[in-house]
Design a protein around this ligand. Structure first.
Ligand SMILES: [Zn+2]
Length: 265
């Protein structure tokens, strides 16, 4: 798609419901102590609901709101910028590499330098969080954003009028323990890739601000795999997405086959 000059910026902050999903497993190796269990099997309806809630909307928009899906439409280069009083750059790089491995359609690699990066990940101490936001976005935007969301970590997503993400910047807190770091790292990358919204009623996603997850659950992996399927395109409206989702979910084998005895109308 042709890029227009108009650019939109959205800012997203970080900070739990009835279960019908199945395949419950303990949190995977590498998760923090006390991380929630992982559900691994979902119905097509459960995946569709999460996708429509999380791929549209965001906490704070600046500029005219692009209405449709936002995602990268090119291979993604990620730069991890070391910083803060606890060295977590190797751990952050491992998270990035996990996403690249588990969602191949991201076509993601580590950037050779900051200038060429599409996704910039800044590792910082908590005390520097607000000043980092001010430096990146200005005092006015920072004030509005902090007042609205009281963020702990955050991601800014810049996209063009066609819905293609141009560049993202994430701030990840490194000095408040493994749980805060891991939760932020997995959560903010989902935003950076285009799952911009939150859903406080969804019990499976990392993008529920009442949950701390700290790993890439099967549910979010499914949503991201959908988002980067070639049939889901930047700029698509929710109605257009809804029309293609059933076939894409089936083709990718993301949902449990419907069980006739449990079929719900
Ligand atoms: Zn968030």
């Amino acid at each position: 798609m042709k890029r227009s000059f108009a650019v939109f910026i959205i800012l997203i902050s970080l900070s739990t419901a009835a279960h019908s999903a199945s395949g419950k497993q303990p949190a995977p190796a590498g998760a923090f102590d006390g991380a929630p269990a992982e559900y691994t099997r979902f119905s097509a309806a459960e995946i569709t609901r999460g996708f429509l809630a999380l791929a549209f909307g965001s906490d704070l928009r600046i500029g005219l709101a692009p209405r449709g899906i936002r995602r990268f439409d090119q291979p993604i280069r990620v730069a991890v910028v070391a910083g803060g009083s606890v060295d977590r750059s190797a751990a952050m790089t491992r998270v990035v590499e996990e996403y690249a491995r588990k969602v191949p359609n991201l076509h993601m690699t580590i950037a050779t330098d900051l200038q060429s990066a599409d996704v910039e990940v800044q590792l910082i101490d908590e005390k520097n969080f607000k000043s980092a936001l001010r430096a990146a976005f200005g005092a006015k935007v920072t004030r509005a954003f902090v007042a609205r969301t009281d963020p702990q970590c955050m991601t800014s997503v810049k996209s063009n009028a066609d819905g293609e993400i141009v560049r993202t910047v994430s701030f990840i807190i490194v000095d408040k323990g493994d749980n805060v770091f891991l939760d932020c790292a997995y959560h903010e990358l989902l935003h950076a890739f285009g799952l911009s919204n939150h859903d406080q009623r969804n019990p499976w996603t990392t993008l529920n601000q009442r949950r701390m997850v700290g790993y890439l659950p099967a549910y979010d992996r499914a949503l991201l795999t959908l988002l980067y399927d070639p049939r889901l395109m930047p700029g698509m409206t929710a109605a257009q997405a809804r029309a293609v989702l059933p076939k894409v979910i089936t083709d990718l084998g993301l949902a449990e086959s419907p069980n006739k005895s449990q079929k719900v109308r």
